[in-house]
Design a protein around this ligand. Structure first.
Ligand code: HXC
Length: 293
C-alpha cells in the first residue's frame, strides 16, 4: 500500500462492471482506501456476492446495482438512486465486452455487442454523472479503463479498439469542455493484467497465443500486478492530482512501445550478436568511405 488507508475517505465511487475481473479488483482497492463504493453490472447475484466479499475484506460500504450500461435510461435511473443516497464524486468506466475474431466474420450484432458496452455504456455513465456534477458544483473525476490500442489499433479486436479509441477522444474532449466546472477526465491503458473471463475470450485456444497477451513481448518481461493498476486509478481519483486531466496513461510495462514499427524485437539479441552487428556496421562504413576516395 503506497497510500494512507483513508486516502479516498471522502469519496463515493461507481465502478461499472465491478462484479468481476479488473472491476472487482478496482472496487476492492477503492474500498480499502476508504471510499464508499457502488458497483454495477448485468448479473445481480454475482454483484451482490462481490459486494459482500469486498465489504467483508475492507469493512467498507459497497452497494450492488443490476444495470446494463448499454441502456441510457437504466443508467440514469441507477445514478439518480445513488445520488439520493449520496452524490458520486468519482466514476470508473470499466465495463467492457471483447473477444478475438477476424473482422470479416463479425456480424453487425457482434460489433454492437462490444461497441455498445464499451463506448455507449461509458458515455451514458459519464453524461449522467457529469450533468449532475455541473448542476450541483461538484468537482467529479472520471477514469476510463482503456487499452494501448487507442494509439496503435489492433487486428482481431477491431470493435474494441474502435470503441476504446472513441473514449480516448471523449477523455480529451470533455477534459476541455468540463474543465471550467472542475471536472477531470483521465484514462488508464493497461497492458495484460490477466483475469479469467477476459483471458478466455482473448486466448480461446491453448496453443495459439497472440503476442498481445504474451509477457515475452513486454520490455519489463512480466504481466501487470493488480495493485499497480489500482494504485494508478486511486491516484487519478484522489485529490492528489487536481491538475491532471485529459490524459490516457499507459501502464503496460512498455509493451506498446515495443511495437513492430520499432527496433524493440532486438532486445533478444545477445552480446555476441551485438558485437557482430557493430563489426558489420563498421565494415559497411569503411566500404562507403573507400568508395568516396
Ligand atoms: C464472432 C461472436 C462471438 C465470436 C459472440 N459473437 N461471440 N461473433 N466471434 N467469438 C456474436 C454473436 O454471434 C452475436 O451475433 C453477437 O456477438 C452478440 O452475442 P451475445 O452472446 O448475445 O452477446 P452478449 O451476451 O451481449 O455479449 C457476449 C460477449 C460478452 C461480447 C462475449 O459476454 C463479453 O465480452 N464477455 C467478456 C467480458 C470481458 O471479459 N470483458 C473484459 C474485456 S478485456 P449474431 O449476429 O450471431 O446474433 C479487454 C481489454 C483487453 O477488453 C486488453 C488485453 C491486453
Amino acid at each position: 500500500m503506497i497510500f494512507r488507508d483513508d486516502a479516498l475517505a471522502n469519496k463515493v465511487i461507481l465502478i461499472t462492471g465491478g462484479g468481476g475481473g479488473l472491476g472487482k479488483e478496482i472496487a476492492t482497492a477503492m474500498s480499502a482506501l476508504g471510499a464508499k463504493v457502488h458497483i454495477c453490472g448485468r448479473r445481480l447475484g454475482m454483484l451482490e456476492e462481490a459486494a459482500n466479499a469486498i465489504s467483508e475484506k475492507t469493512g467498507g460500504v459497497v452497494k450492488a446495482h443490476a444495470c446494463d450500461v448499454r441502456d441510457a435510461d437504466a443508467v440514469d435511473v441507477m445514478i439518480e438512486g445513488i445520488w439520493q443516497d449520496a452524490p458520486l464524486t468519482g466514476l470508473v468506466n470499466n465495463a467492457a465486452a471483447n473477444f478475438i475474431s477476424p473482422t470479416k466474420d463479425l456480424s453487425a450484432r457482434g460489433f454492437r455487442a462490444i461497441t455498445s458496452t464499451v463506448m455507449d455504456g461509458s458515455f451514458h455513465a459519464t453524461l449522467s454523472c457529469g450533468k449532475r456534477w455541473i448542476d450541483q458544483g461538484i468537482k467529479g473525476s472520471v477514469v476510463s479503463n482503456l487499452v494501448t490500442w487507442v494509439w496503435t489499433g489492433s487486428a482481431f479486436v477491431v470493435p474494441s479498439a474502435m470503441a476504446k479509441t472513441a473514449l480516448h477522444a471523449m477523455t480529451m474532449s470533455l477534459a476541455s469542455e468540463w474543465g471550467p466546472y472542475g471536472i477531470r477526465l483521465n484514462a488508464t491503458a493497461p497492458g495484460p493484467f490477466p483475469t479469467p473471463e477476459a483471458w478466455e475470450k482473448l486466448n480461446p485456444l491453448p496453443d495459439t497465443q497472440s503476442s498481445a497477451t504474451n509477457c515475452d513481448t513486454i520490455p519489463l518481461r512480466r504481466f501487470g500486478n493488480m495493485p499497480e493498476l489500482t494504485n494508478l486509478i486511486a491516484f487519478l481519483l484522489s485529490d492528489g492530482c487536481d491538475y491532471l486531466t485529459g490524459q490516457t496513461i499507459a501502464i503496460d510495462g512498455g509493451q506498446h512501445l515495443a511495437a513492430p514499427s520499432t527496433f524493440a524485437d532486438l532486445t533478444n539479441m545477445t552480446d555476441d550478436q551485438w558485437r557482430a552487428a557493430r563489426e558489420a556496421i563498421e565494415a559497411s562504413t569503411a566500404k562507403s568511405k573507400a568508395a568516396q576516395k
